[in-house]
Each structure stands twice: as C-alpha cells, then as structure tokens.
Design a protein around this ligand. Structure first.
Ligand code: NAD
Ligand code: GDD
Length: 327
C-alpha cells in the first residue's frame, strides 16, 4: 500500500485530494494548522501542526512515505491577496512551510513531492488585455507578477527545482488557475470570485442587485476541484516535472459569470459594479503543455461545476440560518 502525506490537508484542495488518494487505496496522513471544517477529511492519520515549525515538518515527514503533496500556504482570493495588507505574512508563512517540508523530505529520503504553485506567478504585462491574456508556461520570464503572493510562488517553484537538481528529489509542480467547488471557502474574506458570487446570489431576493468588484469586464477561467485533483494525480504519476498549468480554458468575464450564477439560481437579479481589489485584467489557462505531456486536459464545462457549487453554498447558508443560537 502506498503512503502519502498531504500538507494543507485541512484545506479545500487538500481535503479533496485526501479523499481521492483514499479512494485509490493509499494510506494517507494529513497535516494542517486546522481541522477541515467540512468534515470531508478521510485521512488515516490527521495531525494538527504548524509547518512553519521545522520540528513539525520533521515529525510528519517520515521515511516510509512514498509521496508528499505540499499544499499548505497562506492563501485567499482577491480580497485577501491583492489588498497588500497581508503581503508580509503570506510570504513569510508560505515560504517557511515550503522550506521545512522540503528539508525534511531531503533528510528522510522521501523522493516524490508535489508543489502547488499558482497562475499568479505569471507576469502582469501579459495579462493587461481582458480578451487576450497569455499564460503559457514558457511566458513566466522576465518575471513580473502583480502580487507578492505570486512572487512567493515563483520563488518557491525555483526552490523545489533546486532541491530536485541538488538533492535528487522528484519534484512535480502545477500552476493552479482559480480552483472552485463544494467545500471551498465561501465567506470570511478569503473566498475567491466563484464562491463569493454564488454566496451573493444565494443571499439575494428577486429585484435585488448583487455587487461585483470592478467593471465586470475583467476575465478569468475557473476550474472545478475534481478536475484539479485529477490533474495532480496524473502529474504525480508522470515523468514530467512541470511547472504545468492546471486550469480551465473556458474564459469568462466576471459580469458574464455573475449572469450565469443568476440564471442557475432562477432569481431575477441585476448587477452593480463597485470598486474593489481587482488583480490582473485578464487570465486564462493555456493547456497545450498539459495536453502534450499528460495526454489529458480539463474538459468539464464551467456551468456544470457552478451548478454543483451554487447548490452547495445555498445549502451552507440554509444550515447557518438554522444553527441554534448559543445562550
Ligand atoms: P486552503 O486555504 O483551503 O488550503 C491551504 C491550507 O494550508 C489551509 O487549510 C491552511 O490552514 C493550511 N496552512 C496554512 N498555513 C499552514 C501552516 N503554517 N502549517 C500547516 N498548514 C497550514 O487553499 P486551497 O485553495 O486548498 O489551496 C491549496 C494550495 O493551492 C495552496 O498552496 C494555494 O496557494 C494553491 N493554489 C490554490 C488556488 C485556488 O484557486 N484554490 C490557486 C492557485 C494556487
Ligand atoms: N473574491 C472576489 N469576491 N472577487 C470578486 C468579487 C467578489 O465579491 N467580485 C468581483 N471579483 C473579481 C475580483 O476583483 C477579480 O478581478 C476577479 O473577480 C477574480 O477574483 P478572485 O477569484 O478572488 O481571484 P483571482 O482570480 O484574481 O486570483 C485567484 O486565483 C489565483 C489563481 O488563478 C486567487 O485566489 C489567487 O490567490 C490564486 O492564486
């Protein structure tokens, strides 16, 4: 039986990944500073620990592991990463997790390790045109990410590749493009646009206007989490190190995305565009490399994923309303 460690296993993608590994017959250890609040974590062993502490990394990285998945990071949507107010802690916390997990993997002789990078590492100058953003893997340099979160991801990609070059680790790196789905953060300030828009629509009544940051013409692509996990597993089982995009090529403007969610809800709502943290003007995944190297690329239509996610967030809101108020 293969043994895997999922760092950040209490989080959104980590929780889904643990379940996927379990369904494939793995023995799985998860580690995170928090439990998975949606109780979707089926790890054989789950350790609450802070990976900024090298002793915790040393404890959870054992020499019997076949694979490590490093997803632990200080992470959020535009309201968290593009305001500038969290830059120092994002860089400090995520870099420490990466350094400690890598060093422990090297010391314990665990060879294969996955790292979750982000499309935020791509240069801003290629993402100024909402209709024609460029995010092919070979367009990463000259580097010019628009956020410190993106610079940290770029540095850490290089850190992982340096450990591969100098210490023989078998590194696999993916650049995720806005992953969404059930069990994803949907309130509290770290939520990304798909969950935020679903929440706003679910909370609204006929005749209301929902608020969308910016002019709504900025573009993104959004990938349902199941396909992200499929891509992670395929990359991990391949001979290709990456970095490679794991994202959807179905680009959409934010206002059109909001109209899609409104349509799914069946409500009669309008859109109010307001100022807010924006990030790049346009972004879309480029899936040529993943198709070439893995013979696979995400293909589930955006609307299907949004239907599932809207239903899940609607249910979360209903449950919150029904929660008994503590005396
Ligand atoms: P998430 O916030 O749900 O998961 C990250 C987990 O890391 C959290 O549960 C958090 O508690 C944990 N963590 C943070 N600091 C830690 C520490 N010091 N010690 C132990 N655990 C710690 O986010 P996610 O969406 O599941 O993202 C997973 C990874 O994928 C992250 O590295 C993120 O940067 C990357 N990523 C995600 C997206 C996306 O759209 N979701 C896009 C690009 C990259
Ligand atoms: N979060 C959020 N909430 N974004 C909104 C909202 C809202 O209510 N309304 C409009 N937006 C707009 C943002 O202004 C931004 O232009 C766009 O929707 C996308 O926002 P996010 O989904 O929050 O982030 P992102 O796509 O710019 O970046 C995310 O994805 C990266 C990977 O592709 C972030 O989560 C990054 O951390 C991640 O690496």
């Amino acid at each position: 039986m293969k043994k895997a460690l999922v760092c950040g296993g209490g989080g959104f993608i980590g929780g889904h990944l643990i379940n996927r590994l379990k369904s494939e017959g793995y023995w799985v250890r998860g580690v995170d500073i928090k439990e998975n609040e949606y109780d979707n974590n089926n790890a054989d062993e789950f350790i609450i620990g802070d990976l900024r502490d090298p002793n915790v990394a040393d404890e959870v990285v054992t020499d019997d592991l076949d694979e490590i998945y490093q997803l632990a990071a200080d992470m959020g949507g535009a309201g968290f990463v593009f305001t500038g107010t969290n830059d120092a802690s994002i860089m400090h916390n995520s870099v420490l997790c990466n350094l400690n997990v890598l060093e422990a993997a090297k010391n314990k002789g665990v060879r294969r390790i996955f790292y979750s990078s982000s499309a935020c590492m791509y240069p801003e100058y290629n993402q100024l045109d909402a209709d024609n953003p460029k995010c092919s893997e070979d367009s990463a340099y000259p580097a010019a990410p628009d956020s410190e979160y993106g610079w940290e991801k770029l540095f850490s990609e290089r850190l992982f590749l340096a450990y591969q070059k100098n210490h023989g680790l078998e590194v696999r790196i993916a650049r995720f493009h806005n992953i969404f789905g059930p069990q994803g953060t949907w309130d509290g300030g770290r939520e990304k646009a798909p969950a935020a828009v679903c929440r706003k629509v679910a909370n609204a009544s006929d005749g209301d206007a929902i608020e969308i940051w910016g002019d709504g013409k900025q573009t993104r692509s959004f990938l349902i989490v199941n396909e992200c996990v499929e891509g992670i597993r395929r990359l991990m089982n391949s001979d290709f190190s990456g970095p490679v995009n794991i994202g959807s090529e179905e680009m959409i403007s934010l206002n059109d995305f909001a109209k899609m969610v409104i349509d799914i809800s069946g409500k009669n709502l309008t859109i109010n565009n307001i100022p807010g943290p924006l990030g790049v003007r346009g972004r879309n995944s480029d899936n040529h490399l993943i198709q070439e190297k893995l013979g696979w690329a995400p293909s589930i239509p955006l609307r299907k994923g949004v239907e599932k996610t809207y239903a899940w967030i609607f249910e979360q809101i209903q449950q919150k309303v029904l929660e008994p108020v503590e005396a």
